[in-house]
Design a protein around this ligand. Sequence first.
Ligand code: PLP
Length: 397
Amino acid sequence: MATNKQPGKWRKRTLAVRGGTLRTPFQETSEALFMTSGYAYEAAEEAEARFKGEIGGFQYSRFGNPTVAMFEERMALLEGAPVARATATGMAAVSAVFLSSLKTGDHVVAAKAMFGSCLHVVEQILPRFGINYTLVDGTDPAAWEAAMRPETRLLFMETPSNPTLSLVDIAAVAKIAHNGGARLAVDNAFASPALQRPMEFGADIVIHSSTKYIDGQGRALGGVILCHEDFLNDHLQVFLRNTGPSISPFNAWLHLKSLETLDLRMKQHCENALAVAEFLGRQKKVTRVLYPFLPDHPQHNLAKAQMDGGGGVVTFEIAGGKAAVFRLANALKLIDISNNLGDSKSLLTHPETTTHAKLSPEARAELGITAGTMRISVGLEDADDLCEDLEQALKVA
Ligand SMILES: *Cc1c(COP(=O)(O)O)cnc(C)c1O
């Protein structure tokens, strides 16, 4: 198979379209989908040599697959990461990072504002193996510093956070991690590599749910881990090969092809989200609007420093609690009620009763989630249609 000629010289937009391509002798222009579990060998000697690692080549799709390899290489080029490994879901990626590298007695520091399943892994699964954790207010670098212990091995954050879009200063926390001999892992699902590349700010590991903006069309689950060679060789590779959270080549192919339009889509998501955020800011019934690229966002300067755009998610609040929110949600004619995000279709979530229902009322209050808080994953429809839909629904609320 032929590989790319000079990807080192290409800019991000070119890498998104051509990076990582492996062409078969058929010279297909669109990347091939290799739906195969196994691979055959010309001779028994070749099988022996591949298993010994003396020659390259694929052995079994739990270990590697050409379509998956193309997706991994393109992701690594876009994030500016030395290596990437794709997984079946974003959660498979998150749990593999934790479970491959930590052992009994180790300690983790993580931001409180975390995706629900990530919080479950940290709070419920890690302690069963004697791995301790401290949760901090991620927006405060001093809190990260204060939580560090001699046995701290991994710092974990998500920025922007779900659903209140608070930011963590990646460079500041990376410094704290490295001073303490720990690694920093960043969940980059909300921004995607088109808007934020945490390794440029010192992160050691970047994790994606490619289910979200990378797929971008709500079709298939997937995840990606991006890291340095030492983390891959010392921890991740052997864990992934033997525990088997492999992505289907079909899903990897969808996400590989989606990367070709990621930059264009993210620009439009950002433009639409800003229009919706500004519209909501002008509505009397709306008591609060959160969007990183609105000048009144409390961390607007940090957003401008570490992100190339505000992203596709807007969070807002109305008075009247759950009853008013449900009236608004049920009155929507275009925007769907859904807990997913990163789709080309606009989706509205009420975190208190869905994604964050398992948290205690105190924990929700600490994160700034009230009964009136709603999150919109702003899609790629015409922004005027989205604002008109919200306008008529706000009348009913
Ligand atoms: C969705 C999401 C995940 C989990 O990804 P799955 O692909 O659903 O497993 C993790 N982190 C963040 C920030 C997410 O939005």
